[in-house]
Each structure stands twice: as C-alpha cells, then as structure tokens.
Design a protein around this ligand. Structure first.
Ligand SMILES: Cc1cc2nc3c(=O)[nH]c(=O)nc-3n(C[C@H](O)[C@H](O)[C@H](O)COP(=O)(O)OP(=O)(O)OC[C@H]3O[C@@H](n4cnc5c(N)ncnc54)[C@H](O)[C@@H]3O)c2cc1C
Length: 500
C-alpha cells in the first residue's frame, strides 16, 4: 500500500511478473511537488528493465559538475566523470519526484494497473497466514480485503509499521531547513552550486522542471523564524555569501526538519516495510527515494515467485537480510555528510571556512577517493555478499564480480540481454562446453524461470565460468569451471521444482 515512488516501483515489478495485487493510496492525487530530485545510476539501471529509464533521462537534467563558491573564489569539482565504464548511466540525474512518479504512473496505466486513490488503509489484522485489511474509500464506505501479504510503502508515518508493531528508532536534527523551487538569475546552468561558510552550506541544484533551480539551505540560527517568503530566501542566500544572483518566480517554498530513523525489522509475518516506511534520513547524497525504489525491486520478484509457488517462504526472509544493512549504511553515511556540512561545532565550522577552500582545488585530481565516493553515492557498490541467497561455487573465478554483487554492464549491452523478468544463467568460455544436456538437470522444471545465455569470451569473468543472475540484477551464484553440482544445489534451494 502507498503509491509514492516505492509503491509504484513495487507495482511495476509485480506486474512484470504477472502477480495479482492491489495498490491503494489515501491521497487523491500523486505528488505535485518536486521533493526528491536526484536519481542515481543504480536506480536508472534497475528501472531500465521496465523501459522507463530513457524517458526519465529525456525529462531530466544530468549534472556532471559541482561549483564550490568559497568567498571570492569558485572551484570546479567534477561530480561523476570518473570513467565509470560498467554502467549505461554514469551520471546523477536531476528530475523532480513529481516527474518520476508521473513516468512510473504512465507505465503502470499502460499495463492496466489502477492506482486506487482516495483509499485509506484504516485497519490490518492477521488472520491465519495472511491479513485482513480494512479500506476506507473517499465516500467513507469501508471494505474488507483478504491478502496473503501487505507491503507498507506508506511513508514515514507508516500505518503498516504501526499495526505490525515494528519500532522506528532514531533521532531528529535540531535545525530547520529551507527549500524552494524557483528561478535564479545569474547562475551558471548545468552544475550544482554550493556556497560554503562557517555557518553552513547553501545549495542550488539544476532541477529543470517545475522550476529551473532547487535551493536548499539551513536556516541560520539568528535568522527570523518566519514564514518562508522570497525576500527571506534572498536575504538568507546573501548571508551565505551569494552575490549578484536574483531569486524569483518560486513555485514551491517550504521549511522542514529532518530525522534519522530506521525500522527495527523489515518484515513481521505477512507485513513488509519498504522505502520511507523503513528508513528516513537527511537528503545529503540524494539517497532517500533511490533506496526506497531499490527496496521495492529487491522484494517484488521474491513475492512474485513465492505467490506463484515457484519459491519457498524462506526467500522472503532474504529481503530484510539484504536491505536492512543497506538502510543502516545509508542512514550512517547521510548523517556524516550532513553533520560535516551543517554542524555548528567549532572544529567543523573551521574546517568549512578554512580547510575546504584549500583542499577543494585538489579534489579533481584525487581519482581514487572520488571513485570510492562515486560507487557509494551512485548505489552501484551495493552488494548482498553476506546474504544467504548469495553463493560462490566450489571454485571462485579469479576476477570479476562475486556472488551478491550487482551484474556490471560489461561488456556494454549485457544489461539489455538480461532485462527480461526472471533469472538469467550466464555461461562463459567456448560455447561447446555448455551443451543442452549438461544444463538439463539444472533447468528441468524451471525452463520458464531461467533464461540461458552463452557469452563466449565477452563476459565480466575470465575463462570458463557460470553465474546465475537474479531478477533484480544481482548475482545469486557464481563459480569457475563447468562443474554444475553447486549450481544445482543453489536452484534446488531457492527455485525448488516442488516448493514445500
Ligand atoms: C519537502 C520534502 C523534500 C524532500 N526532498 C528530498 C530530496 O531532495 N532528496 C531525497 O532523496 N528525498 C527527498 N525527500 C524524501 C522523498 O520524498 C522520500 O524519500 C520518498 O518520497 C519516499 O517514497 P515512498 O514511496 O517510500 O514514500 P512516500 O512518497 O511518502 O509515499 C507514501 C504514500 O503512502 C500513502 N499512504 C500513507 N498512509 C496511507 C494509508 N494509511 N493508506 C493508504 N495510503 C497511505 C501516502 O498518501 C503516500 O502517497 C523529500 C521529502 C519531502 C517531504
């Protein structure tokens, strides 16, 4: 339940697997405000299977550079151009959340998925192995529905989380933040602009639509605590050292406080949590919506397989095992970035005012640290190596991605080959090593679930290897050589021909 970006992504994945489901949302309309504005490379990769990423890129605004305004000086720091060759989307895409939701909504509408708007979930009760949900329509009439599973994609104040009795621990930040979508005269287009002072940071992001720029700043402690107006924003911008820019034509202005909280569990019996219902944190690094969408795409195919009897319930427990650590890491990383950027602590104030101006010009040359930051922020580095559903065969390939890693797009075009919903078995080395008879025991009873690709020498692994790619693009099983015992054991466990 919930048709924000997380719920829409889940619906798209369930639909692609032919699962029966309902999506309800209490609001009458989708979000019209820009809200989350950065789409990460991994999210674009993950959504590409639905055929929506090209449309998102067409509507958005890739930004490759950061301009750090440090008093009278401006330093340019490349954002993402570190030569990432293993993804078709090596950039951060700026696009308003309202547009992202519109693209996903159109995708679902074209596939006859109806979002039941104006329908609120007002009660959830466990019954046997499933749930009885009480839904209230816009006319106040109530309906009860029986479901095997309920996924709470219902945001930070999640009803599902409350009804499932799952805690949401964390803390709130003391400061207030100001946000506006507007036009800024005099600002160089196509880059993120950051004004850094001892008192904090102010950003302008190239949004495009519904306004050319997003402004984000901490409200200085000595600034008036009044309603957000254009003159207030102009005054605050000048206090952050902005000179010669005129703010105008705002389409959205607001202030808000930030929180850092996480769900104690991602599953309780038939209830699952995804997106903001499971984790909220600062917008530093544009991770919130992206993490939610990727939660959904980790869970959707698992639910689909279990619902059609092609996998055991056990598969559903890997959702929390894989995504809860990701949520924790994102909360930790965004907290650090945020505190460094905004803390009034004297050491950090000094660092922002004195050290950053000296070190920033070197950032463009620091390729290795920038590559590490890119893998984290882009979410391409997320892996599930410690998941029970990630297995390395008796012999591990000498190089290349490991079980639990995301499949890289190497050679380019590999992602297109494995885009169809389902599992994909990649076989490398001379194709004659992989006759159909050799694969028969693995594929028997699963031919409709697993597609086989003989890649020859053009693969991410050297020599002869076998790898089973999950429907979410992560590697479930990886091994060197032609021996199939390990792979057989893997599919018997996770894709049993006769699930219990
Ligand atoms: C002012 C603002 C600015 C933001 N800026 C950024 C940003 O710059 N970068 C970033 O990454 N993130 C940002 N975010 C956060 C981002 O919007 C969220 O991370 C994202 O929307 C989470 O998506 P979601 O689908 O998990 O939840 P939501 O988008 O909150 O969707 C939840 C849906 O569930 C529905 N719902 C709730 N309860 C019920 C119920 N009982 N019955 C039926 N339906 C229900 C709601 O109507 C809603 O549509 C911002 C958020 C706000 C509010």
């Amino acid at each position: 339940m919930g048709a924000g970006p997380t719920g829409l992504a889940l619906a798209a994945q369930l639909r692609s697997h032919g699962t029966r489901f309902r999506v309800v949302d209490r609001s009458l309309d989708r979000v019209r405000e820009s809200r989350a504005l950065g789409i990460q490379p991994r999210t674009l990769e993950a959504l590409a299977g639905f055929g929506v990423s090209e449309e998102l890129v067409a509507r958005g605004n890739p930004a490759m550079g950061l301009r750090l305004h440090l008093g009278r000086r401006t330093v340019s720091v490349p954002l993402f151009d570190i030569g990432a060759t293993d993804t078709p989307y090596p950039f951060l895409l700026f696009l308003a959340q309202s547009e992202t939701e519109s693209v996903l909504g159109d995708h679902l509408a074209a596939r006859d998925v109806t979002i039941e708007r104006g329908t609120e979930v007002v009660g959830l009760e466990r019954q046997g192995a499933g749930v009885v949900a009480r839904l209230r329509g816009r006319d106040g009439a109530e309906e009860t529905v029986t479901a095997r599973y309920v996924v709470g994609c219902d945001g930070a104040r999640s009803t599902v989380r409350a009804q499932a009795g799952i805690g949401f621990e964390g803390y709130s930040y003391p400061q207030t933040y100001l946000l506006a979508d507007l036009e800024v005269d005099g600002l160089e287009p196509g880059a993120v602009h950051s004004y850094m002072t001892g008192r904090g940071m102010l950003f302008f992001f190239p949004l495009g639509s519904p306004a050319p720029w997003r402004m984000l700043a901490m409200r200085p402690s000595d600034a008036p605590d009044t309603k957000v107006t254009l003159p207030l924003l102009q005054g605050i911008a000048e206090r952050y050292g902005v000179r010669g820019l005129t703010l105008r034509d705002p389409v959205w202005m607001t202030d808000f406080r930030l929180h850092n909280r996480g769900a104690a569990r991602y599953r309780s019996g038939p209830f699952f949590l995804a997106g903001d219902a499971a984790h909220i944190h600062s917008p530093a690094g544009a991770q919130g919506m992206n993490t939610g969408i990727q939660d959904a795409l980790n869970l959707g195919w698992k639910l689909a397989l279990v619902c059609r009897g092609a996998a055991r319930e056990e598969l559903l427990d890997t959702y929390g095992a894989e995504r809860a650590p990701v949520g924790r890491d994102v909360r930790r990383f965004t907290d650090r970035a945020f505190v460094i950027g905004t803390s009034p602590h004297p050491v950090l104030r000094f660092a922002r005012a004195r050290l950053v101006p000296r070190l920033a010009p070197l950032a463009g040359h620091a390729t290795a640290p920038r590559r590490r930051v890119f893998r984290t922020v882009s979410e391409l580095g997320i892996h599930y190596r410690r998941s029970p559903a990630s297995t390395t065969g008796p012999r591990r390939p000498r190089r290349g991605p490991r079980a639990g890693d995301r499949l890289p797009d190497l050679p380019r075009g590999l992602h297109d080959r494995v885009a169809a919903p389902g599992w994909h078995l990649l076989l490398t080395g001379p194709p004659h090593l992989w006759p159909d008879e050799r694969l028969a025991p693995v594929l028997a009873g699963r031919a409709d679930l697993v597609t086989v690709h003989r890649l020859g020498d053009r693969s991410p692994w050297p020599g002869v290897a076998q790898a089973l790619v999950r429907p979410d693009g992560h590697l479930g099983y990886v091994a060197r050589g032609i021996e199939q015992g390990g792979l057989r054991a893997y599919v018997d466990r996770w894709l049993p021909v006769e699930p219990a």
